[in-house]
Design a protein around this ligand. Structure first.
Ligand SMILES: [Zn+2]
Length: 476
Protein backbone atom coordinates (compact mmCIF):
# COMPACT_ATOMS: atom_id res chain seq x y z
CA UNK A 1 0.00 0.00 0.00
CA UNK A 2 1.24 3.42 -0.96
CA UNK A 3 1.80 6.12 1.53
CA UNK A 4 0.03 9.38 0.83
CA UNK A 5 2.15 12.52 0.81
CA UNK A 6 -0.78 14.86 1.23
CA UNK A 7 -4.23 14.56 2.76
CA UNK A 8 -7.11 16.87 1.88
CA UNK A 9 -10.17 16.76 4.16
CA UNK A 10 -13.45 18.42 3.17
CA UNK A 11 -16.20 18.67 5.79
CA UNK A 12 -19.82 19.41 4.92
CA UNK A 13 -21.28 20.53 8.23
CA UNK A 14 -24.54 18.78 9.08
CA UNK A 15 -24.84 16.80 5.84
CA UNK A 16 -27.00 13.67 5.92
CA UNK A 17 -25.82 10.83 3.67
CA UNK A 18 -29.40 10.07 2.59
CA UNK A 19 -29.72 13.59 1.15
CA UNK A 20 -26.75 13.53 -1.23
CA UNK A 21 -28.30 11.70 -4.19
CA UNK A 22 -30.01 14.14 -6.55
CA UNK A 23 -28.54 17.20 -4.80
CA UNK A 24 -24.76 16.78 -4.78
CA UNK A 25 -23.64 14.89 -7.90
CA UNK A 26 -19.89 15.32 -7.41
CA UNK A 27 -19.93 14.05 -3.83
CA UNK A 28 -22.31 11.25 -4.85
CA UNK A 29 -19.88 10.14 -7.57
CA UNK A 30 -16.89 10.48 -5.21
CA UNK A 31 -18.53 8.18 -2.66
CA UNK A 32 -19.47 5.60 -5.31
CA UNK A 33 -16.07 5.62 -6.96
CA UNK A 34 -14.03 5.33 -3.76
CA UNK A 35 -14.59 3.84 -0.30
CA UNK A 36 -17.92 4.83 1.27
CA UNK A 37 -18.30 4.03 4.96
CA UNK A 38 -22.07 3.95 5.13
CA UNK A 39 -22.31 3.22 8.83
CA UNK A 40 -20.25 6.25 9.89
CA UNK A 41 -21.48 8.01 13.00
CA UNK A 42 -21.18 11.20 14.99
CA UNK A 43 -20.43 11.35 18.73
CA UNK A 44 -22.71 12.33 21.63
CA UNK A 45 -23.87 15.02 21.87
CA UNK A 46 -23.98 15.33 18.07
CA UNK A 47 -23.24 19.06 18.14
CA UNK A 48 -20.57 20.78 16.09
CA UNK A 49 -17.88 21.77 18.60
CA UNK A 50 -17.98 18.38 20.30
CA UNK A 51 -17.73 16.77 16.86
CA UNK A 52 -14.93 19.12 15.79
CA UNK A 53 -12.88 18.23 18.83
CA UNK A 54 -13.46 14.49 18.40
CA UNK A 55 -12.32 14.80 14.79
CA UNK A 56 -9.29 16.86 15.83
CA UNK A 57 -8.20 14.59 18.69
CA UNK A 58 -9.43 11.11 17.78
CA UNK A 59 -11.03 11.04 21.22
CA UNK A 60 -14.52 10.67 22.65
CA UNK A 61 -15.93 13.78 24.39
CA UNK A 62 -15.37 12.12 27.78
CA UNK A 63 -11.63 12.21 27.08
CA UNK A 64 -11.13 15.45 25.16
CA UNK A 65 -13.33 17.47 27.52
CA UNK A 66 -15.38 19.58 25.10
CA UNK A 67 -18.47 17.89 26.48
CA UNK A 68 -21.10 20.13 24.85
CA UNK A 69 -21.41 23.22 22.66
CA UNK A 70 -22.18 25.17 25.83
CA UNK A 71 -21.64 23.89 29.33
CA UNK A 72 -21.29 25.06 32.91
CA UNK A 73 -18.07 24.10 34.69
CA UNK A 74 -18.69 21.72 37.60
CA UNK A 75 -15.75 23.32 39.43
CA UNK A 76 -17.21 26.84 39.04
CA UNK A 77 -20.95 26.55 38.46
CA UNK A 78 -21.63 30.17 39.31
CA UNK A 79 -18.96 31.31 36.85
CA UNK A 80 -19.48 32.15 33.18
CA UNK A 81 -21.04 29.66 30.77
CA UNK A 82 -18.42 27.99 28.58
CA UNK A 83 -19.69 28.96 25.14
CA UNK A 84 -17.33 26.98 22.92
CA UNK A 85 -18.35 28.99 19.86
CA UNK A 86 -16.35 31.94 21.21
CA UNK A 87 -12.55 32.18 21.20
CA UNK A 88 -12.52 34.44 24.29
CA UNK A 89 -14.54 31.88 26.26
CA UNK A 90 -12.19 29.07 25.22
CA UNK A 91 -9.14 31.12 26.25
CA UNK A 92 -10.95 31.83 29.53
CA UNK A 93 -11.47 28.06 29.91
CA UNK A 94 -7.70 27.66 29.62
CA UNK A 95 -7.26 30.15 32.48
CA UNK A 96 -9.97 28.56 34.59
CA UNK A 97 -8.96 24.90 34.21
CA UNK A 98 -5.43 24.90 32.79
CA UNK A 99 -6.49 23.39 29.46
CA UNK A 100 -8.95 23.77 26.63
CA UNK A 101 -8.70 20.21 25.37
CA UNK A 102 -7.53 17.30 27.56
CA UNK A 103 -5.95 15.15 24.83
CA UNK A 104 -3.40 15.56 22.04
CA UNK A 105 -4.60 16.61 18.61
CA UNK A 106 -3.93 15.66 15.02
CA UNK A 107 -2.19 19.04 14.61
CA UNK A 108 0.14 18.34 17.54
CA UNK A 109 0.95 14.84 16.33
CA UNK A 110 1.68 16.16 12.84
CA UNK A 111 3.87 18.94 14.26
CA UNK A 112 5.85 16.43 16.33
CA UNK A 113 6.73 14.73 13.04
CA UNK A 114 7.63 17.99 11.34
CA UNK A 115 4.46 17.98 9.24
CA UNK A 116 2.28 20.94 8.41
CA UNK A 117 -1.47 21.50 8.53
CA UNK A 118 -3.69 24.24 7.22
CA UNK A 119 -7.34 24.59 8.14
CA UNK A 120 -9.83 26.82 6.34
CA UNK A 121 -12.66 27.15 8.79
CA UNK A 122 -16.12 28.56 8.08
CA UNK A 123 -17.91 27.60 11.28
CA UNK A 124 -17.92 29.56 14.53
CA UNK A 125 -14.66 31.13 15.67
CA UNK A 126 -14.55 28.69 18.59
CA UNK A 127 -14.90 25.73 16.27
CA UNK A 128 -12.03 27.10 14.20
CA UNK A 129 -9.89 27.14 17.33
CA UNK A 130 -10.86 23.59 18.31
CA UNK A 131 -9.90 22.11 14.93
CA UNK A 132 -6.25 22.70 15.89
CA UNK A 133 -6.12 24.20 19.37
CA UNK A 134 -2.30 24.34 19.51
CA UNK A 135 -1.93 25.72 15.98
CA UNK A 136 0.35 28.58 17.05
CA UNK A 137 2.78 26.40 19.02
CA UNK A 138 2.66 23.90 16.16
CA UNK A 139 3.77 26.48 13.61
CA UNK A 140 0.69 25.60 11.52
CA UNK A 141 -2.07 27.71 9.97
CA UNK A 142 -5.77 28.17 10.63
CA UNK A 143 -7.77 30.66 8.58
CA UNK A 144 -11.21 31.60 9.90
CA UNK A 145 -13.74 33.13 7.56
CA UNK A 146 -14.51 35.53 10.44
CA UNK A 147 -11.13 37.18 9.98
CA UNK A 148 -8.00 37.99 11.96
CA UNK A 149 -9.79 38.35 15.31
CA UNK A 150 -11.17 34.82 15.06
CA UNK A 151 -7.98 32.82 14.56
CA UNK A 152 -4.86 32.12 16.61
CA UNK A 153 -2.77 32.69 13.44
CA UNK A 154 -3.96 36.16 12.32
CA UNK A 155 -0.70 36.83 10.45
CA UNK A 156 -1.90 34.69 7.52
CA UNK A 157 -5.10 36.71 7.03
CA UNK A 158 -3.79 39.78 5.10
CA UNK A 159 -2.20 37.59 2.43
CA UNK A 160 -5.43 35.66 1.97
CA UNK A 161 -7.48 38.86 1.71
CA UNK A 162 -5.02 40.14 -0.91
CA UNK A 163 -5.49 36.99 -3.01
CA UNK A 164 -9.15 36.18 -2.44
CA UNK A 165 -10.73 39.56 -1.77
CA UNK A 166 -12.63 40.89 1.24
CA UNK A 167 -14.24 38.51 3.72
CA UNK A 168 -17.64 37.21 2.55
CA UNK A 169 -21.04 38.17 3.95
CA UNK A 170 -22.58 35.77 6.46
CA UNK A 171 -26.00 35.85 4.76
CA UNK A 172 -27.98 32.60 4.99
CA UNK A 173 -27.88 30.42 2.93
CA UNK A 174 -24.12 30.86 3.09
CA UNK A 175 -23.45 30.98 -0.65
CA UNK A 176 -20.80 33.68 -0.21
CA UNK A 177 -18.96 31.85 2.58
CA UNK A 178 -18.96 28.55 0.67
CA UNK A 179 -17.60 30.24 -2.47
CA UNK A 180 -14.96 32.12 -0.47
CA UNK A 181 -13.79 28.91 1.23
CA UNK A 182 -13.37 27.42 -2.24
CA UNK A 183 -11.21 30.35 -3.33
CA UNK A 184 -8.98 30.10 -0.25
CA UNK A 185 -8.61 26.36 -0.81
CA UNK A 186 -7.88 26.52 -4.52
CA UNK A 187 -5.96 29.80 -4.77
CA UNK A 188 -4.02 29.68 -1.50
CA UNK A 189 -3.95 26.38 0.42
CA UNK A 190 -3.55 24.04 -2.56
CA UNK A 191 -1.77 26.56 -4.82
CA UNK A 192 1.63 26.91 -3.19
CA UNK A 193 3.31 25.63 -0.05
CA UNK A 194 0.58 23.03 0.24
CA UNK A 195 0.43 21.71 3.79
CA UNK A 196 0.71 17.98 4.43
CA UNK A 197 -2.87 18.09 5.72
CA UNK A 198 -5.35 20.60 4.31
CA UNK A 199 -8.75 20.80 5.95
CA UNK A 200 -11.71 22.75 4.57
CA UNK A 201 -14.74 23.08 6.85
CA UNK A 202 -17.83 24.22 4.93
CA UNK A 203 -20.71 25.58 7.06
CA UNK A 204 -23.41 24.15 4.82
CA UNK A 205 -25.86 22.52 4.68
CA UNK A 206 -25.92 22.87 8.50
CA UNK A 207 -26.80 26.57 8.62
CA UNK A 208 -29.52 26.28 5.98
CA UNK A 209 -30.96 23.11 7.53
CA UNK A 210 -31.31 25.10 10.78
CA UNK A 211 -32.78 28.30 9.39
CA UNK A 212 -34.37 27.47 6.01
CA UNK A 213 -35.45 23.92 6.91
CA UNK A 214 -34.13 20.54 5.83
CA UNK A 215 -36.68 20.45 3.02
CA UNK A 216 -36.26 23.76 1.21
CA UNK A 217 -35.34 24.95 -2.24
CA UNK A 218 -32.76 27.39 -0.81
CA UNK A 219 -31.15 24.57 1.15
CA UNK A 220 -30.98 22.40 -1.98
CA UNK A 221 -29.34 25.30 -3.83
CA UNK A 222 -26.63 25.80 -1.23
CA UNK A 223 -25.97 22.04 -1.15
CA UNK A 224 -25.40 22.28 -4.88
CA UNK A 225 -23.03 25.23 -4.30
CA UNK A 226 -21.07 23.25 -1.68
CA UNK A 227 -20.88 20.36 -4.14
CA UNK A 228 -19.48 22.69 -6.80
CA UNK A 229 -16.75 23.84 -4.42
CA UNK A 230 -15.91 20.20 -3.72
CA UNK A 231 -15.66 19.61 -7.48
CA UNK A 232 -13.20 22.51 -7.80
CA UNK A 233 -11.08 21.19 -4.93
CA UNK A 234 -10.93 17.72 -6.54
CA UNK A 235 -9.98 19.36 -9.82
CA UNK A 236 -7.19 21.38 -8.19
CA UNK A 237 -5.84 18.22 -6.54
CA UNK A 238 -6.02 16.31 -9.85
CA UNK A 239 -4.06 19.01 -11.69
CA UNK A 240 -1.59 19.60 -8.88
CA UNK A 241 1.92 18.18 -8.36
CA UNK A 242 0.78 15.58 -5.79
CA UNK A 243 -2.25 14.20 -7.66
CA UNK A 244 -1.30 10.54 -7.40
CA UNK A 245 0.00 10.93 -3.84
CA UNK A 246 -3.00 12.68 -2.30
CA UNK A 247 -5.70 11.10 -0.17
CA UNK A 248 -9.03 12.92 -0.08
CA UNK A 249 -11.50 12.43 2.77
CA UNK A 250 -15.03 13.84 2.50
CA UNK A 251 -17.18 13.76 5.58
CA UNK A 252 -19.84 15.37 7.73
CA UNK A 253 -19.85 15.85 11.49
CA UNK A 254 -23.52 14.96 12.21
CA UNK A 255 -26.91 15.03 10.49
CA UNK A 256 -30.07 16.91 11.42
CA UNK A 257 -33.76 16.19 11.98
CA UNK A 258 -36.72 18.54 11.58
CA UNK A 259 -38.20 20.17 14.69
CA UNK A 260 -41.87 19.38 15.23
CA UNK A 261 -42.66 21.05 18.58
CA UNK A 262 -41.01 23.60 20.84
CA UNK A 263 -40.90 22.88 24.56
CA UNK A 264 -39.85 25.36 27.26
CA UNK A 265 -38.16 22.87 29.55
CA UNK A 266 -37.00 25.48 32.05
CA UNK A 267 -40.57 26.74 32.46
CA UNK A 268 -41.92 23.20 32.84
CA UNK A 269 -39.33 22.51 35.55
CA UNK A 270 -40.22 25.73 37.35
CA UNK A 271 -43.94 24.98 37.15
CA UNK A 272 -43.25 21.71 38.94
CA UNK A 273 -41.28 23.40 41.70
CA UNK A 274 -37.68 23.01 40.50
CA UNK A 275 -35.75 26.28 40.68
CA UNK A 276 -34.19 25.86 37.22
CA UNK A 277 -32.55 28.46 35.02
CA UNK A 278 -30.03 28.81 32.22
CA UNK A 279 -27.72 31.03 34.28
CA UNK A 280 -27.38 31.12 38.06
CA UNK A 281 -29.16 33.79 40.08
CA UNK A 282 -30.14 33.99 43.76
CA UNK A 283 -33.12 31.73 43.20
CA UNK A 284 -31.43 28.99 41.13
CA UNK A 285 -30.76 25.41 42.24
CA UNK A 286 -30.37 23.76 38.80
CA UNK A 287 -28.57 24.98 35.64
CA UNK A 288 -30.10 23.87 32.35
CA UNK A 289 -28.85 23.82 28.76
CA UNK A 290 -31.06 22.92 25.83
CA UNK A 291 -31.54 22.16 22.15
CA UNK A 292 -32.23 18.59 21.01
CA UNK A 293 -30.46 17.52 24.19
CA UNK A 294 -29.12 19.23 27.25
CA UNK A 295 -27.66 19.07 30.72
CA UNK A 296 -29.10 19.55 34.20
CA UNK A 297 -26.50 20.56 36.78
CA UNK A 298 -27.61 21.07 40.39
CA UNK A 299 -25.63 23.92 41.96
CA UNK A 300 -25.15 21.97 45.18
CA UNK A 301 -24.08 18.34 45.54
CA UNK A 302 -27.53 16.86 46.06
CA UNK A 303 -28.16 13.20 45.17
CA UNK A 304 -31.82 13.55 46.09
CA UNK A 305 -32.27 16.38 43.64
CA UNK A 306 -30.56 14.44 40.83
CA UNK A 307 -32.86 11.48 41.55
CA UNK A 308 -35.97 13.69 41.57
CA UNK A 309 -34.96 15.43 38.33
CA UNK A 310 -34.24 12.10 36.66
CA UNK A 311 -37.64 10.73 37.63
CA UNK A 312 -39.33 13.97 36.55
CA UNK A 313 -37.69 13.73 33.10
CA UNK A 314 -38.86 10.13 32.72
CA UNK A 315 -42.47 11.13 33.41
CA UNK A 316 -42.50 13.64 30.54
CA UNK A 317 -43.69 12.64 27.08
CA UNK A 318 -41.26 15.12 25.46
CA UNK A 319 -38.17 13.36 26.82
CA UNK A 320 -36.50 10.62 24.79
CA UNK A 321 -33.49 9.56 26.85
CA UNK A 322 -31.99 10.13 30.29
CA UNK A 323 -28.33 9.64 31.27
CA UNK A 324 -27.21 9.60 34.90
CA UNK A 325 -25.67 7.21 37.42
CA UNK A 326 -28.28 4.37 37.39
CA UNK A 327 -27.70 3.89 41.14
CA UNK A 328 -29.04 7.41 41.61
CA UNK A 329 -31.60 7.42 38.80
CA UNK A 330 -33.05 3.96 38.10
CA UNK A 331 -33.92 3.60 34.41
CA UNK A 332 -31.14 5.93 33.26
CA UNK A 333 -28.25 4.90 31.06
CA UNK A 334 -24.85 5.57 32.52
CA UNK A 335 -23.10 8.55 30.85
CA UNK A 336 -20.19 6.14 30.37
CA UNK A 337 -22.33 4.25 27.84
CA UNK A 338 -22.06 7.26 25.52
CA UNK A 339 -18.43 8.13 26.41
CA UNK A 340 -19.39 11.10 28.56
CA UNK A 341 -17.15 10.68 31.61
CA UNK A 342 -15.02 13.78 32.16
CA UNK A 343 -14.60 16.12 35.12
CA UNK A 344 -16.60 18.57 32.97
CA UNK A 345 -19.46 16.13 32.18
CA UNK A 346 -22.88 16.78 33.70
CA UNK A 347 -24.35 14.34 36.24
CA UNK A 348 -27.63 14.37 34.34
CA UNK A 349 -28.17 14.57 30.57
CA UNK A 350 -31.40 14.35 28.62
CA UNK A 351 -32.26 13.88 24.95
CA UNK A 352 -35.53 15.23 23.60
CA UNK A 353 -37.94 12.72 22.07
CA UNK A 354 -37.65 12.10 18.34
CA UNK A 355 -38.90 9.72 15.69
CA UNK A 356 -37.69 8.26 12.41
CA UNK A 357 -41.01 8.92 10.65
CA UNK A 358 -41.15 11.24 7.61
CA UNK A 359 -41.12 14.97 8.32
CA UNK A 360 -41.42 17.90 5.89
CA UNK A 361 -40.96 16.82 2.27
CA UNK A 362 -41.09 13.17 3.32
CA UNK A 363 -37.56 13.37 4.72
CA UNK A 364 -37.42 11.07 7.76
CA UNK A 365 -36.57 12.26 11.27
CA UNK A 366 -38.51 14.71 13.44
CA UNK A 367 -38.24 15.67 17.07
CA UNK A 368 -39.13 17.98 19.92
CA UNK A 369 -36.61 20.65 20.94
CA UNK A 370 -36.19 23.39 23.53
CA UNK A 371 -35.07 26.28 21.31
CA UNK A 372 -32.14 27.71 19.37
CA UNK A 373 -33.67 27.69 15.88
CA UNK A 374 -37.13 28.56 14.48
CA UNK A 375 -39.80 25.86 14.86
CA UNK A 376 -39.73 23.77 11.70
CA UNK A 377 -36.00 24.34 11.20
CA UNK A 378 -33.57 21.46 11.52
CA UNK A 379 -31.74 20.57 14.72
CA UNK A 380 -29.23 18.05 16.03
CA UNK A 381 -27.51 16.99 19.22
CA UNK A 382 -29.36 13.79 20.05
CA UNK A 383 -28.95 10.15 19.10
CA UNK A 384 -31.62 9.82 16.41
CA UNK A 385 -30.26 7.78 13.51
CA UNK A 386 -30.62 10.78 11.19
CA UNK A 387 -28.61 12.97 13.55
CA UNK A 388 -25.95 10.32 14.11
CA UNK A 389 -25.37 8.92 10.59
CA UNK A 390 -22.62 10.90 8.89
CA UNK A 391 -20.99 11.06 5.49
CA UNK A 392 -17.57 9.44 5.21
CA UNK A 393 -15.80 8.73 1.94
CA UNK A 394 -12.08 8.11 1.42
CA UNK A 395 -10.08 8.19 -1.81
CA UNK A 396 -6.53 7.03 -1.10
CA UNK A 397 -3.61 6.13 -3.36
CA UNK A 398 -3.96 2.33 -3.81
CA UNK A 399 -7.06 2.48 -1.61
CA UNK A 400 -10.32 0.57 -2.04
CA UNK A 401 -12.36 1.80 -4.96
CA UNK A 402 -16.03 1.40 -5.82
CA UNK A 403 -16.70 -0.23 -2.49
CA UNK A 404 -19.00 0.53 0.38
CA UNK A 405 -18.41 -0.87 3.83
CA UNK A 406 -20.81 -1.16 6.78
CA UNK A 407 -18.10 -1.42 9.41
CA UNK A 408 -18.59 0.98 12.33
CA UNK A 409 -16.71 4.26 11.94
CA UNK A 410 -16.86 7.55 13.76
CA UNK A 411 -15.29 10.99 13.97
CA UNK A 412 -12.73 9.55 16.40
CA UNK A 413 -11.28 7.53 13.50
CA UNK A 414 -10.42 10.49 11.28
CA UNK A 415 -7.18 11.59 13.00
CA UNK A 416 -5.67 8.06 13.21
CA UNK A 417 -6.71 7.42 9.60
CA UNK A 418 -5.11 10.66 8.37
CA UNK A 419 -1.88 9.80 10.20
CA UNK A 420 -2.04 6.20 8.99
CA UNK A 421 -2.37 7.37 5.40
CA UNK A 422 0.75 9.47 5.91
CA UNK A 423 2.55 6.36 7.17
CA UNK A 424 2.50 7.00 10.90
CA UNK A 425 0.36 6.17 13.91
CA UNK A 426 -1.60 8.03 16.58
CA UNK A 427 -2.55 6.60 19.97
CA UNK A 428 -6.11 7.75 20.61
CA UNK A 429 -9.62 6.31 21.04
CA UNK A 430 -10.16 5.77 17.31
CA UNK A 431 -8.69 3.31 14.83
CA UNK A 432 -7.19 3.34 11.35
CA UNK A 433 -10.14 2.67 9.03
CA UNK A 434 -10.00 -0.19 6.49
CA UNK A 435 -8.85 2.01 3.62
CA UNK A 436 -6.85 -0.65 1.78
CA UNK A 437 -8.75 -3.87 2.48
CA UNK A 438 -11.82 -4.96 4.44
CA UNK A 439 -11.33 -5.92 8.07
CA UNK A 440 -11.43 -9.61 8.97
CA UNK A 441 -13.28 -8.87 12.19
CA UNK A 442 -17.03 -8.32 12.09
CA UNK A 443 -18.77 -5.80 14.30
CA UNK A 444 -20.99 -7.01 17.11
CA UNK A 445 -24.24 -5.09 17.61
CA UNK A 446 -25.24 -4.40 21.21
CA UNK A 447 -28.81 -3.27 21.95
CA UNK A 448 -29.21 -1.90 25.46
CA UNK A 449 -32.52 -1.24 27.24
CA UNK A 450 -33.34 0.60 30.43
CA UNK A 451 -36.73 1.41 31.88
CA UNK A 452 -38.48 2.88 34.88
CA UNK A 453 -42.27 2.82 35.18
CA UNK A 454 -43.68 3.54 31.73
CA UNK A 455 -40.42 5.12 30.53
CA UNK A 456 -38.35 2.88 28.28
CA UNK A 457 -35.24 3.80 26.34
CA UNK A 458 -32.84 1.98 24.06
CA UNK A 459 -29.28 2.55 22.98
CA UNK A 460 -27.61 0.73 20.09
CA UNK A 461 -23.85 0.42 19.97
CA UNK A 462 -21.49 -1.55 17.78
CA UNK A 463 -18.28 -3.15 18.97
CA UNK A 464 -15.20 -3.70 16.88
CA UNK A 465 -11.48 -3.73 17.60
CA UNK A 466 -12.13 -3.20 21.33
CA UNK A 467 -14.13 -0.03 20.70
CA UNK A 468 -17.77 0.82 21.34
CA UNK A 469 -19.33 2.92 18.59
CA UNK A 470 -22.62 4.73 19.12
CA UNK A 471 -25.17 3.81 16.46
CA UNK A 472 -28.45 5.34 17.65
CA UNK A 473 -30.76 5.66 20.60
CA UNK A 474 -34.14 6.92 21.68
CA UNK A 475 -37.29 6.23 23.58
CA UNK A 476 -38.41 2.64 23.09
ZN1 LIG B 1 -21.93 20.68 12.71
Amino acid sequence: MAKARKVVIVIFDGLRPDMIAGRMPTLDAFLSENLWLRNARSVFPSVTRVCTTSLATGAWPGRHGIVNNQFHLNSDLRGPLVDTGRVDRLLQLLERTGEIVSTDSLGQRLAAEGRSMMAIHCGSAGSGLLINHAVRENGQRTFSVHGAGATLTPEIVPGILATCGPLPSQDVPKFDVVAYAGRVANEVALAKEQADVTLVWLPEPDTSFHFCGIHSERTDQVMSAADAVFAEILDTVRKGPYASQTAVIALSDHGQIATSALVDLVQLLRTDGFRADEMPNDDTEILVTGGNMGELRPLANDFGLVRDLGQWLMQRDEIGMVFADPEMVPGAFSPAAVHQVHARSADLLYVMRSHEIPGPGGIPGIGVFTGGVPLGGGMHGGLNRFEMNTVLGIAAPDGRRQESDDTPASLIDIAPTVLGLLGTTFRCDGRFLPVFEPESEHAEIEIMHESHGTFQQRLVRSRIAGREYLIEGGRA
